[in-house]
Design a protein around this ligand. Structure first.
Ligand code: NAP
Length: 296
């Protein structure tokens, strides 16, 4: 039987609609619109596209966006100075430094400079540290893994006692996804480039999160029948037979895996739209934190 397709676009719309409604209520109570500051260093075209999407989405949901740009040769001091100014600006509730930064910059040091109450990407070590601790909650959960969890929840997938396998251990996806699953009482295995017998380990999973960055690596025989499979991977593959000269795909061989899985999120159309929706939700949360409306 074919898997239930998890519609990331529809679930993301639901999250965004709720954010827009909450923003309108906040403003009706006399608070200023939540504000997101984006910091773009250099002129990477993909980063420009991502930052533009985030700014437009902010406006669409009734929030303010402030755009800051520094040249590709900006110094560490200049980037950190800008972040410090944004930390001090009450109109700015969330600060997003678009990654990756140019190679000469210390990314970790820049992220550490962001006030933890404005860290809407959830990458500050304090937020990740709280995520890893039992009985503690981060101020913000990183957007992509947060979106993964919402996709699973909205699909009715059960976490308690489930065997979960996370393929990938990056700071922004794999590791926080694994920590979130542990918090929900799943039994979690984290796989990486040195994991042995990968297909066999993946086949144990009731919940399989593919965040490995390899085109269609997860095949049907890696998947337990009935498992929930979330494809975080996003790839543009050159293909002269397509009108655009390429096609988009993920870390999962969707056509074959959907015949085995119980649920599957496609790529594109799964996790991608969730990431930006969760960023909007985090920006709203940052505004509520600033106004003392939520306890942290
Ligand atoms: P990453 O930093 O490159 O991490 C990839 C992880 O996969 C690493 O832990 C690596 O292991 C592991 N890995 C790589 N090749 C492997 C192999 N052959 N066998 C087993 N493990 C292997 O990537 P990322 O930033 O987490 O992103 C993962 C994917 O998600 C990418 O396709 C990216 O484009 C996509 N992504 C999508 C969104 C979205 O919004 N939809 C957001 C972020 C990322 P080691 O740790 O041992 O190197």
């Amino acid at each position: 039987m074919s898997a239930q397709i998890i519609d990331g676009k529809a679930i993301a719309k639901k999250v965004r609609d709720q954010v827009a409604q909450d923003v309108a209520e906040l403003i009706a109570q006399g608070y200023p619109p939540p504000g997101l500051a984006t910091v773009l260093v250099g002129d990477d075209p993909a980063s420009e596209v991502y930052v533009g999407m985030k700014q437009r989405m902010c406006k669409k949901l009734g929030m303010e966006s402030f755009s800051f740009r520094l040249p590709a040769d900006a110094t560490q001091e200049e980037v950190e100075k800008l972040v410090s100014e944004l930390n001090a600006d009450p109109k700015v509730n969330g600060i997003l430094v678009q990654l990756p930064l140019p190679k000469h910059l210390d990314e970790e040091a820049v992220l550490r400079t962001i006030n933890v109450e404005k860290d809407i990407d959830g990458f500050h070590p304090l937020n990740i540290g709280r995520l890893a601790q039992k009985g503690r909650e981060p101020l913000f959960v990183p957007c992509t893994p947060d979106g993964v969890m919402v996709l699973l929840e909205e699909s009715g997938v059960k976490f308690e006692g489930a065997e979960a396998v996370v393929l990938g251990r990056s700071n922004i996806v794999g590791m926080p996804a694994a920590l979130l699953l542990v918090k929900r009482n799943a039994t979690v295995t984290i796989c990486h480039s040195r994991t042995k017998n990968l297909p066999e380990v993946c086949r144990r999973a009731d919940i399989l999160i593919a965040a490995v960055g390899r085109v269609e690596m997860v095949k049907a025989n890696w998947v337990k029948p009935g498992a929930a499979v979330i494809d975080v991977g996003t790839h543009r593959v050159d293909d002269p037979t397509k009108e655009k000269g390429y096609y988009l795909t993920g870390d999962v061989a969707f056509d074959e895996v959907k015949e085995v899985a119980g649920w599957i999120s496609p790529s594109p159309g799964g996790v991608g739209p969730m990431t930006i929706a969760m960023l909007m939700r985090n920006t709203l949360r940052a505004a509520k934190i600033a106004h003392g409306l939520v306890e942290v």
